[in-house]
Design a protein around this ligand. Structure first.
Ligand code: MN
Length: 433
């Protein structure tokens, strides 16, 4: 069963017996139905977002309302290829007049529950799939030749660290590390001074493979359970000194924040766009990365924004500053190409693995997905600070700063979907998650 097919669950006129899901600007109408995990009286539960509530799918499984392996024990890892059927069952239960209205005791207000990571993350890999990000960052080091020759042929990535992937709302400590400025003769150890965020999508693998098995692009396109928001916190001064020749290490692995919601591939079906929207995949990619369907619908139209607030702004009740707006359609590589490439050498994938898109930047400076780009003017020129309030500017993040990523899908004729948020606040010193 294709996860891209439009069906009755996408019809805009369909309503839920959960009234808050029917409000026009609601993030979680019945057409969305994102998965999450949360704690209910000490038990780990799977939930589905509906209106202002989480509907407890673990409770539903224990009452035999739904029969999918793993749900009754609070796990999303065993849904596998059955996600479309599960969506249909949940939709029928939560639709206006649906059979689960008599189980409204399984609804919990979202602001009353503790969210967990959607999966116990097995492995985490961060890609570099935005050509605007790669070009702008490349131009800082190579103004005449910003894009490396491999970029349009191979999806670039590095292996990240799953142990410090944290759910939205977790505080993030300012890391210490080796720093060496251009004028310094020797490195010194101390707190990072150039702390940054990276606006990314988190792609949740929903199906496992065997070691030695490769997924085609077509198989990869169906192998994700869904998508969330991700902030790949980055220490730019640590990164600059350590990254050659093997890539990022301690500059990246101190924290990665993700939103608690998995927006399913099925929910995203109306918002698919061609991979070559702007004729970007030229030169042609190798055959194992090329799939006609993926070229025609391999990206999503997801509006993204980054909001920044300082501790002083929050104390004064000042609204967060919108520091960037971007869109997932700006990616050069499709999520299916990323997974196909990742498994092309037989690397084993497991349900709950997390692939990140890389920083999603657009062509305009206001759509830059990190401060490294956002405050950069040009070679040999001082960075231009962003005015975040009447009193404060930023070049990089200060202690107490809160970064919040949000996402939205909109298309005429369909209900708008929200992604919730991915939020973290910077702390000096160490914090235990
Ligand atoms: Mn990144």
């Amino acid at each position: 069963m294709s996860k891209f097919k439009l069906d009755h669950t996408h019809e805009a006129a369909r309503l839920s017996w959960v009234e808050s899901a029917n409000v026009s600007d609601c993030q979680f109408p019945i057409q969305n139905l994102p998965f999450c995990r949360f704690v209910r009286t000490g038990q780990v539960c799977v939930g589905v977002g509906i209106g202002d509530f989480v509907f407890d799918l673990t409770g539903a499984a224990q009452r035999k309302l739904v029969d999918v392996p793993g749900l009754s024990v609070g796990q999303l890892t065993q849904i596998g290829a059955g996600s479309t059927e599960l969506r249909h069952v949940i939709f029928a239960g939560l639709e206006d007049g649906g059979g689960w209205a008599s189980h409204s005791d399984l609804l919990y207000p979202q602001d009353s529950v503790e969210f967990l990571l959607p999966f116990e993350v097995g492995d985490y890999t961060d890609f570099y799939a935005s050509i605007h990000h790669a070009t702008r960052v490349g131009s800082m080091f190579r103004p005449d030749n910003p894009l490396l020759p491999n970029y349009k042929h191979i999806p670039i990535a590095y292996h990240g660290r799953s142990s410090t992937v944290v759910v939205s709302g977790s505080d993030v400590h300012r890391p210490s590390g080796q720093l060496k400025g251009d004028q310094d003769a020797l490195p010194a150890f101390g707190p990072c001074k150039l702390l940054d965020y990276e606006l990314e999508l988190g792609l949740w693998v929903g199906q496992s493979t065997q070691s030695g098995q490769s997924l085609s692009v077509a198989e990869s396109a169906q192998a994700y359970l869904g998508v969330g928001l991700l902030n790949d916190w980055s220490a730019r001064d640590i990164q600059k000194w350590e990254y050659q020749p093997l890539g990022p290490f301690l500059a990246k692995n101190f924290a990665t924040s993700v939103s608690p919601w998995v927006i399913t591939l099925e929910a995203l079906a109306p918002f698919r766009l061609p991979a070559n929207l702007r004729g970007t995949q030229d030169p042609p990619v190798l055959d194992y990365l090329l799939d006609a369907v993926d070229q025609s619908n391999g990206l999503w139209d997801i509006q993204l924004e980054v909001l920044l607030s300082s501790a002083a702004m929050r104390a004064a009740g000042t609204e967060p500053y919108q520091v960037s707006t971007s869109n997932a359609k700006e990616l050069y590589w499709t999520p299916a190409q990323m997974l196909a490439h990742h498994s092309s050498n037989g690397c084993r994938m497991r349900a709950g693995d997390l692939l990140a898109s890389g920083t999603i930047s657009g062509p305009a400076i206001e759509s830059a997905g990190c401060l490294l780009e956002r405050t950069w003017v040009g070679p040999e020129q001082p960075r231009r600070p962003v005015q975040i309030s009447n009193q404060e500017t930023r070049i990089f993040l200060q202690d107490g700063d809160c970064v919040c990523i949000k996402g939205r899908c909109q298309r005429d004729g369909f209900r708008s979907l929200g992604f919730g948020q991915c939020q973290g606040t910077i702390f000096a010193g160490k914090v235990r998650h």
